[in-house]
Design a binder for this molecule. Structure first.
Ligand SMILES: [Fe+2]
Ligand SMILES: [Fe+2]
Length: 257
């Protein structure tokens, strides 16, 4: 696997919302709307980013590591996919007369931290948002009978699972360059950040999550599962990279012999 694979994946996936039948007329019930409206506004805002800083970090990374020069192009497609998440949620909200919001302080905190340092911190924070999304959209899908919203959630869940695998792949490149003990403490820091952020998100979105059958203990358990999956994927990416390198060296040795 390499970033060419990921670019191809994002290109292949670009019509991921084409199957949605926007003419289905089963609007949100007043009760559903009461539960999901503010929560949906915040997640729609969170999905949209111009990705200027991420793009800048990705270009620097691609220049620094010529073997990963495709990464800047991959990130461009990734940002487009996230923008499509914001777009379809926005379209659904417009259909339901739910206004978009311009700012939300939780979203501002996420963006501020991501700007602070380089690419690795940026994708680590992104991964936290995606871990939370992987649980949130499950709750949102179950919290409503709207066929359109359910179909949107289902597709976002599929996409976010792939995004987490993508961030894990990139993280593994950074992790390979550090000692085990350094990685251990950085993972611990990420775990603390993810736990704190998850609780904050629970506080603001618990109505949707509870309506979707996700109680606090289920929510924390699922967040933890996603977190472990992220690092398991990063480990697998490292193993796969090492095996590819070993195979290449063996082949080169055979040719020389
Ligand atoms: Fe997204
Ligand atoms: Fe994502």
């Amino acid at each position: 696997m390499n970033f060419n694979f990921w670019t191809q994946y994002f290109q292949y996936n670009q019509d991921h919302f084409d199957h949605i039948d926007w003419l289905q007329c089963q609007p949100l019930t007043p009760y559903e709307r009461l539960i999901v409206e503010r929560s949906l506004q915040q997640f729609q805002k969170g999905e949209y980013s111009e990705g200027k800083n991420l793009m800048k970090f990705a270009k620097t990374f691609a220049r620094k590591f010529p073997e990963h020069e495709e990464y800047a192009n991959t990130i461009k497609h990734f940002i487009n996919e996230e923008q499509r998440h914001a777009m379809v949620l926005g379209r659904f909200m417009a259909q339901e007369n739910i206004p978009k919001i311009k700012e939300h302080w939780i979203d501002d905190i996420f963006r501020y931290i991501r700007k602070l340092m380089g690419l690795e911190l940026s994708i680590t924070i992104l991964a936290t948002a995606e871990i939370i999304s992987a649980v949130y959209y499950k709750g949102l899908r179950r919290a409503t009978n709207s066929p359109i919203l359910r179909a949107i959630c289902q597709q976002i869940l599929k996409d976010e699972a792939m995004h987490l695998a993508f961030q894990a792949y990139t993280k593994s490149i950074f992790m390979d360059r550090r000692s085990g003990i350094q990685n251990f403490f950085l993972k611990l820091g990420h775990h603390v950040f993810t736990s704190g952020t998850s609780l904050l998100v629970w506080f603001f979105h618990r109505k949707v999550l509870k309506k979707g059958g996700i109680t606090l203990d289920v929510y924390l358990e699922e967040i933890d599962q996603e977190f472990r999956l992220l690092y398991a994927n990063a480990r697998n990416a490292t193993i796969e990279r090492k095996m590819t390198l070993e195979n290449q060296q063996e082949t080169a040795n055979e040719i020389r012999a």
